[in-house]
Design a protein around this ligand. Sequence first.
Ligand SMILES: NC(=O)c1ccc[n+]([C@@H]2O[C@H](COP(=O)([O-])OP(=O)(O)OC[C@H]3O[C@@H](n4cnc5c(N)ncnc54)[C@H](OP(=O)(O)O)[C@@H]3O)[C@@H](O)[C@H]2O)c1
Length: 248
Amino acid sequence: MKIGILGVGNIGKTLAQKFSAGGHDVKVANSRGPESIDAEVLKNGAAATTASEAVRDVDVVIISVPLNRIPDVVPVMSEAPRDALVIDTSNYYPMRDNKIEALEQGQVESVWVAEQLGRPVAKAWNSIGAKSFAINGTPAGTPNRIAIPVAADDPKDRQATMALVEETGFTAYDAGVLAESWRQQPGTPCYCTDVTEDEVEHALATADAARSPKRRELSVAVFAERYNDIMVTPEVDVAARVNRAIFM
Ligand SMILES: NC(=O)c1ccc[n+]([C@@H]2O[C@H](COP(=O)([O-])OP(=O)(O)OC[C@H]3O[C@@H](n4cnc5c(N)ncnc54)[C@H](OP(=O)(O)O)[C@@H]3O)[C@@H](O)[C@H]2O)c1
């Protein structure tokens, strides 16, 4: 497949490496230009380019930028084919990003993204911590394989996204329509807790919309205190242990 990835940070970098290693034709872009992209991102054959070029003539666009940068991506996405599958990895962190009023009022994060872009999106890979995503992928059939929920309104988009999630080494779980994807947002039981394929259904079913924003803030505060850095991506075991204690 031809895959364009916007954002080569913690998550986008691993997506680029995994999909290019898997034989896909991968283009990547950040906001500063191709020359600023780390060689490590490109080590398996992904091509660094501009954001507009990354989304042109592709089957799939993966948007992996901070949520408050989505408005910058909107004009770029006019270059993407109308029939391209668009997958959003984003999460809302008002303690780190600018506040977004609609999300403060409880709008589902990826529904807001789809509205900004004016096109359907699937939500995937948002619920796996970046470090776990980089090292914890395993082949299908591995006991206690980590699961990643996938939400999208069109069942074809959901199936296609699930197939890509499986390729990255995780069990894709059908989490239904995008409006239900609040169940995989920060603060919920499946969020950065390394839920296994046996746990994911219960984790999604027991998500608590009213309590998850508070739980999200508590977990950021714990990591900020532990690492003395509000932007930190915690170590794998620490992230899952702390988040399990707060979210599950
Ligand atoms: N970190 C995690 O554990 C984790 C896990 C799951 C999901 N997520 C979510 O996934 C998204 C990405 O997270 P991350 O941790 O990978 O972020 P990150 O490390 O901060 O990287 C963000 C990337 O987005 C790029 N970017 C920003 N604006 C852009 C634009 N207009 N066009 C193209 N690229 C742009 C940045 O490029 P420049 O540096 O050039 O601006 C950078 O490469 C976020 O929404 C986050 O909430 C994160």
